[in-house]
Design a protein around this ligand. Structure first.
Ligand code: MG
Length: 160
């Protein structure tokens, strides 16, 4: 059995008044991430971890922020497409683990809903996706409330 691992990392700037959609779930917040798509950073790092594991470049290569087709797109659509791409190449997800680094809003109470939604979007079990949130202890751009960052790892396997 072939096994591969990939990582994803992403940063988005906070903007007052923008919707805050993470893992496809709308989180109550007075600010949200700026981006060409809906800027759902959880979906973005999952896409990059999966593509990295399959050695298939990155999210910007497949869904360019210069392409009007992807303007305002729900990033769950991009994640669904990435899952299709890796499955077409013969891969299946083993598990993925996401860490979101932000000070506000607090995510803990929304994590179960994010997991249910992502499992549905990705066609996997809830036990295959972990989401964790942490702060930066008030330091750096995250601590100053300027932005959000996230990282993910994904393990994929080829059963032949
Ligand atoms: Mg992004």
């Amino acid at each position: 059995m072939k096994i591969r691992v990939g990582q994803g990392y992403d940063v988005h700037q906070w903007v007052a008044g923008r919707p805050c959609r993470l893992g496809g779930i709308l989180i109550p917040s007075d600010h949200g991430p700026l981006g060409h798509s809906d800027a759902d950073i959880v979906c973005h790092v999952l896409c990059d971890a999966l593509l990295g594991a399959a050695n298939m470049r990155n999210i910007g290569f497949h869904f360019s922020d210069k392409d009007p087709v992807w303007k305002g797109v729900a990033s769950t659509v991009l994640l669904q497409k990435v899952m299709e791409m890796i499955r077409e190449a013969g891969w299946e997800l083993g598990n993925a683990d996401v860490t979101v680094i932000l000070d506000q809003p607090k995510l803990n109470e929304h994590i179960p809903a994010m997991k249910v939604n992502l499992a549905l979007v990705m066609g996997i079990g809830e036990d295959q996706i972990s989401i964790k949130a942490t702060t930066s202890e008030g330091m750096g751009f995250v601590g100053r409330g300027e932005g959000i960052s996230a990282m993910a790892v994904a393990l994929i396997q080829q059963l032949k």
